[in-house]
Design a protein around this ligand. Structure first.
Ligand SMILES: Nc1ncnc2c1ncn2[C@@H]1O[C@H](COP(=O)(O)OP(=O)(O)OP(=O)(O)O)[C@@H](O)[C@H]1O
Ligand SMILES: [Mg+2]
Length: 264
């Protein structure tokens, strides 16, 4: 197991928002985390990257407790694209992407030929070549999103944690981003943990899904047979049709209506 969260509890101001969550991520796997707004997805992703310290429980990265690891060692292995991203105004795309190299730089923090090659590769992969000299705060939401993904790629991690990587993107860039994630997984062996809202994208682009609800793991399992009526009602309060996609060998959802929770 490359990354493990074991019996994690997290409180914000004494309110328990994560309750006994355990997540296992195998090397080379794409894991999707789904769940309603406020169910704890971002919180758990931040905890897996040590951005947030759990009140109880452990995170193991390649079997080592991340509590005892230094920040640079973690950043060489794991990159996170957070849900809320703030950039200083006057920074170019290229400069933002080059920040991804920082965990790898030695004394003096100088970028070398190999660093520039990785930066170029990340910019190319995310289709930002035309925009590399633009200031990030002049980009559209989708362009900015790609710049953040490029920065995470430049970090050259073995594990990529992505919090809603497709928000702000139009449908073709959503597909391109997910295809890129799949390619990074298949060709470079990157392990991916990503939070997605689109259930069909989660099914199609991950191997395993964890569904969170009210701070707990409601269920987890293989993606292609994950969706069922009871789950959709219990976790998302919706009814819909589940249809088979024979070409991709998985089941998709056509949402139909919201079912209100029974009032006590
Ligand atoms: N800094 C904070 N202080 C207090 N409460 C917080 C804080 N961050 C998150 N929470 C609360 O923790 C719960 C889980 O939040 P989290 O951001 O993990 O949800 P999420 O599943 O990512 O939701 P979304 O789909 O809206 O992004 C929510 O009830 C949220 O209000
Ligand atoms: Mg979130």
């Amino acid at each position: 197991m490359i990354l493990q969260g074991k019996n994690i509890y997290i409180n914000y101001n004494k309110k328990e928002v994560i309750k006994d969550v355990s997540i296992d991520v195998r090397k080379g796997e794409i894991v999707a985390i789904i769940g309603p707004n406020g169910s704890g997805k971002s919180t758990i992703l931040k905890t897996l990257s040590r951005t947030l310290k759990p009140n109880k429980g452990q995170i193991l990265l390649e079997g080592n407790n991340i509590k005892a690891m230094n920040t640079k060692a973690i950043a060489q292995k794991l990159a996170i694209l957070p849900q809320v991203r703030s950039v200083p105004g006057d920074i170019s795309v290229e400069a933002l992407v080059s920040y991804g190299r920082y965990p790898h730089l030695g004394f003096g923090h100088r970028l070398h030929k190999q660093d520039f090659e990785i930066i170029d590769w990340a910019i190319e992969k995310t289709d930002l070549t035309q925009l590399r000299h633009r200031f990030v705060d002049t980009l559209s939401g989708g362009e900015r999103q790609r710049a953040w993904i490029a920065m995470a790629l430049a970090q050259n991690p073995s594990i990529l944690l992505l919090d809603e990587p497709t928000t702000f993107l139009d449908i073709s860039y959503q597909l391109e981003t997910l295809e890129l994630i799949k390619e990074l997984n298949e060709k470079l062996g990157l392990t991916i943990v990503m939070v997605l809202h689109d259930l069909n994208q989660a099914v199609r682009y991950s191997h395993k899904i964890y569904a969170l609800n009210k701070g707990k793991v409601h269920c987890f399992g293989e993606s292609n047979s994950f969706l069922n009526e009871e789950f959709l009602k219990d976790v998302f309060r919706i009814e819909g049709d589940i249809v088979e996609d024979q070409a991709n060998k998985c089941h998709y959802l056509i949402p139909q209506k919201v079912v209100q929770e029974a009032k006590p």
